[in-house]
Design a protein around this ligand. Sequence first.
Ligand code: AHR
Length: 501
Amino acid sequence: MTIMRFTITPKRELFKRDPMIYGHFLEHFHRQIYGGVFEPGSPLSDEDGFRKDVLEALRKIRTPIIRWPGGCFVSSYNWKKGVGPVRTPFFDKAWRVEDPNTFGTDEFIKLCRKLDCEPYICTNAGTGTAEEMSDWLEYCNLENEGEFARMRIANGYPEPYNVKYWSIGNENYGHWEIGAKGTMEWARLVMESAKMMKHVDPTASLTAAALVDLDWNINLLRGSGERLDWISIHAYWDAIHQTNDLAPYGRCMSYTAETEASIAQVRGLLTAMGLEKKIKIAFDEWNLRGWYHPNAHTVYQGHGKAEYLLPRDDNDINASYTMADAVFTACFLNTVLRNADIVGMANFAPVVNTRGAIFTHKDGIVLRSTYHVFDMFVNLMGDTVIDTWAEDVEPYVTPGLKGEVTVDCVDVVATRHNENGKIVVACVNKHEFEDKEITLCLPVNGDVRVTSLTGNSPDDYNDIGRDSVHPFENADAVIEKSDNCLRLRPPAHSVNIVEIG
Ligand code: AHR
């Protein structure tokens, strides 16, 4: 058997990754906000009602940015009713529940300040108007000019929030979205909204809802390319919104090559339009698993709560989130690192509850398998991506949704810490059952430390009172070490971070 070989050239710097590729998303859906990050009255919450255990977990993975409030929710959200001393509960027409309305812009900014992370506000381009979107910017970013800055001051917040990141709309291309738009209609709305938003704050970093579709994106970029700083794309690969029929491990691996293809298509379009140096990709909603909300988000809306509402609790089944989720998440992050010249932001959707990395319950939290992937990447990987040349990578034939799909069995990305030159390599073994042997060819100066995440089986998971999936120091993974070579044995279904020096 030919040993897979990865030649790493530390001197060949590719690009510095933006820390926002490790970003997150929270929507007013099920228990992400209420009962998730925000639970006034809980003994585990602070004086502002935020769960202290959730805040601590989010700080540990150095949350760089949070996108809020949606997602589909935002396309009929009236932000003005979500600020000020009087908050009236409203019916959320996207998810057909009553929103208590006690969490709005001011609470969101408070959350981001507690986490020392960037707020990223997605505006309502469904029922909303260019004026309402730009009014939101006035409320957040103007010093004291005009009605909305004065409203913020009157609400007790004298200083501007300086929210830098803004999205015009969410998935307005989709029939499921309230206020869905046609291609030309969308191009016009974004042009006018971006114009008004930039008139309020020319420093605002703007994106707009897009998808991997040439017609939509060409018209969007023709009209607003000069005013946009990002283009947003979303992806959920295991599309189980209606069935919760979780893809097994092998099928999840069949999806691991699709991220690259999506990025390549958007990169190609930006290049063709001469915008690849001006506009970056924000992968601002992504997760292996689509959220389970049957008979919603579709043409048919469930009639009884048992049909469309109660099933949402099944997103909370922690056994759903296994090493398949962890391995896929590591492959996604590796792909984004390989494309970090053009992907400047990615937001795990969501980070708390639903399919998120952190599960909350009344007595504490569960760190699901994906949480540990973020912990390993954020806290161990370097800030500069360096060249990795792969040879003889073993093909891995996986059972895709519509037949066999061959992917690389092992996925390797190398980085360097600019401050101390330390080389850190992410090495993912996708194979469900087999350990693999690989050779890393690179200068090996100093100690080698391998941190692995494998669980006890491909289907292992964490839950209340169960913590069998967690990173550990894996000395057994190092077979041989010399001055310019490392032979490693990454275990089956594993994420491994190799630190050198
Ligand atoms: O399933 C959740 C939804 O997925 C989000 O609200 C939306 O942005 C995406 O379609």
